[in-house]
Design a protein around this ligand. Structure first.
Ligand code: NAD
Length: 436
């Protein structure tokens, strides 16, 4: 099949290379010239495991092209996928500016019967609005059929998640268009669920809001565990053995971040307000998360009797999760800002996200080239992102370089056995008894 994709971010690019991998002719379009130049040479603008191998293989096989020209990209395409960003507005609602622009860019080049798929996360009703924009701007002979096809990939495992998804949601009011999109995905052998456009739009928001709520719930449980002397790791394991609860997404920590959960929960909350539907649990999910993101700061402050000024704090991890260089809404941002405000000197280390972090956090903190450089002469270590490198660090040797070994583990990811065998360390996890 000939497929065009607008937007070569995490979603558009992962979709593009995956569809090429299963044999389709794919053209990816982006307005960002620098990105397209890199992609044409097989260089991935984002850090995503496996991406460059997929790019090189499919470009070489002639199945994958990149262009900044909507005209060239869309020509002959049976299916056009919109995967541009839908960030949040200041009031928390979804900002559809890029999507509206993309629809206008696209409309003039649509051919007789085109299926337009919206993969971006969009509020209920957006597919209808985009269809109106397309119809108002395309040639009168063109018939546009909309398909809502939300994406569920996770950054850091985007290709695996696309190729081995749990489900593919196909929402359309045109049976023929839905069947065609189902056929496009059929080599993946992933279960497809066909539904209405509005239900598909809702499935995405409800899924993300549920996952975010699960995270906030276990974080609230963790805080309670700390207060009453229980261990949240055991509590979560015991809960998760119940099949009705399930053992995923029950890792206590310093809250969710990234480009999706924070904005999607806010956008859904905004919809509930507009529709005057009571959905208070969303407000609590957001409130708990805001507080959880600074929990390590509060713990550090308490440990140093309310004064961290002049202390060197090593912050291990900057990206919002491991295996990505994405800094959008990363808890590290708030932690760095709060510690700096309190007069601490933050030395941050991340294996891949430093360049992006400098743009977001700026020069108010220092950036180390190695983990060792960050922890040298530090008064305390904060584990913020659970990269393998952090999990595998040699805790016993920290005593040789740090002023005193005090560790705050925001991801409960350090090796317990190693910790127990170390002398002269203090270890403060989330929701578990400290090791002192
Ligand atoms: P992104 O910001 O990484 O990429 C969007 C791309 O669209 C950019 O490269 C931008 O230059 C391009 N673009 C903007 N206007 C354009 C136009 N008119 N024509 C062509 N290209 C244009 O975004 P992303 O993270 O890939 O997310 C895209 C959508 O998918 C969002 O709605 C997001 O909520 C959703 N989503 C994201 C993830 C994720 O993990 N990142 C997962 C599921 C769903």
């Amino acid at each position: 099949m000939k497929v065009a994709i607008l937007g070569t971010g995490y979603v558009g690019l992962s979709t593009g290379v995956s569809l090429a991998e299963i044999g389709h002719q794919v053209c990816c379009i982006d307005v960002d010239e620098a990105k397209i130049n890199q992609l044409q040479q097989g260089i991935s603008p984002i850090y995503e495991p496996g991406m460059e191998e997929f790019l090189t293989r499919n470009i070489a096989a002639g199945r994958l092209r990149f262009t900044t020209s909507h005209r060239q990209g869309v020509a002959g395409a049976e299916i056009v996928i919109l995967a541009v960003g839908t960030p949040q507005r200041e009031d928390g609602s979804a900002d559809l500016t890029y999507l509206v622009e993309a629809a206008k860019d696209l409309a003039a080049y649509l051919e007789q019967e085109t299926i337009v798929v919206i993969k971006s996360t969009v509020p209920v009703g957006t597919n209808d609005e985009v269809r109106k924009i397309l119809e108002a701007n395309c040639h009168e002979d063109v018939s546009v059929k909309m398909v809502a096809n939300p994406e569920f990939l996770r950054q850091g495992s985007a290709l695996k998640d696309t190729l081995e998804a749990d489900r593919i949601i196909i929402g359309s009011d045109h049976q023929q268009a839905a069947s065609k999109v189902k056929e496009m995905y059929s080599p993946l052998k992933v279960p497809c669920m066909l539904t209405s456009v509005r239900s598909a739009e809702m499935i995405k928001y409800a899924s993300n809001a549920f996952l975010a709520t699960k995270i906030s719930f276990i974080n609230a449980v963790a805080n309670l565990c700390e207060a009453v002397g229980a261990d949240v790791t055991d509590v979560a394991k015991g809960m998760g053995m119940d099949k009705r609860i399930g053992n995923h997404f029950l890792n206590a920590g310093i809250g969710y971040g990234g480009s999706c959960f924070p904005k999607d929960v806010k956008a859904l909350w905004h919809t509930t307000r507009n529709e005057e539907v009571d959905f208070g649990v969303l407000a609590e999910t957001m409130r708990i998360n805001d507080e959880q993101q600074v929990r390590l700061v509060k713990k550090t402050l308490k440990r140093f009797a309310g004064d961290v000024s002049g202390k060197k704090i090593a912050m291990l991890g900057l990206s919002f999760k491991p295996e990505t260089d994405d800094m959008r809404e990363a808890p590290s941002i708030k932690i760095a800002q709060e510690l700096t405000k309190l007069g601490a000197h933050v030395a941050a280390y991340d294996p891949v996200a430093t360049k992006n972090a400098k743009r977001v956090i700026g020069e108010s903190i220092s950036y180390a080239d190695t983990l060792l450089e960050a922890v040298t002469d530090a008064d305390a270590v904060l584990v913020v992102t659970e990269w393998q490198e952090m999990k595998q660090m040699d805790i016993a040797s920290l005593g040789e370089v740090m002023k005193q070994v005090i560790i705050f583990d925001g991801r409960n990811c350090l090796d317990e056995e190693q910790l127990r065998n170390c002398k002269n360390i203090e270890y403060h996890p989330i929701g578990r008894p400290a090791i002192i």
